[in-house]
Design a protein around this ligand. Structure first.
Ligand code: SF4
Length: 172
């Protein structure tokens, strides 16, 4: 159970601490997301978190939708709809795609990001999977370092951050 909490903490840290610019995204070959029409009636809720013991990684997409014998993870986002998915959201969908693959044995071709005004399909490409695995390695490497630097200059991000009360690098 301890490893589960560690994995959860790692995952949370990933989305709080990581910011990769659009320029870096292109360099890493990450997909930007395709606008799609998604039929929400086909979405089924996920009962319990998916877990990969090898990577000690866990996560729970909001929904799964079955398409041609494969499960597609869906992540629902509230708030402002961006013109393109945020990188942190792309990585979150990538985690779900990886966990779905490990759990059900079939690789999802993409995951869905559902914003209030638009849906995006994020292709689960080998490049995205590779970038995710690299990210997990670097997160684990930094996990016990006391001097991990802030990776952005966005005060708004800090104001919404759940680690703000303990973070010595928060922006005003
Ligand atoms: S408060 Fe700001 S710098 Fe600190 S962890 Fe949160 S987002 Fe990062």
């Amino acid at each position: 159970m301890t490893s589960l909490y560690i994995a959860l903490a790692i995952l949370l840290l990933a989305f709080v601490l990581l910011f990769i610019s659009g320029r870096q995204r292109h360099r890493l070959g990450l997909p930007g997301g395709r606008v799609i029409y998604a039929d929400t009636r086909a979405w089924g809720p996920v009962e319990k978190p998916l877990y990969d013991p090898h990577l000690e990684l866990t996560g729970k997409p909001d929904y799964l939708v079955e398409q041609n014998g494969k499960f597609i993870p869906v992540e629902v986002k509230s708030g402002r709809t961006p013109t393109a998915p945020y990188d942190s959201h792309i990585f979150q969908v990538a985690v779900y795609c990886l966990l779905v693959h490990k759990t059900y044995g079939k690789r999802p071709p993409y995951g869905i990001l559902h914003y209030p005004e638009r849906d995006f399909a994020v292709d689960y490409t080998p490049a995205l999977e590779s970038a995710l695995l690299d990210l997990l390695v670097s997160l684990r490497r930094d996990e016990h370092r006391p001097d991990v630097k802030r990776s952005h200059d966005n005060p708004q991000r800090c104001r919404a951050c759940g680690y703000r009360h303990t973070c010595d690098q928060k922006l005003a």
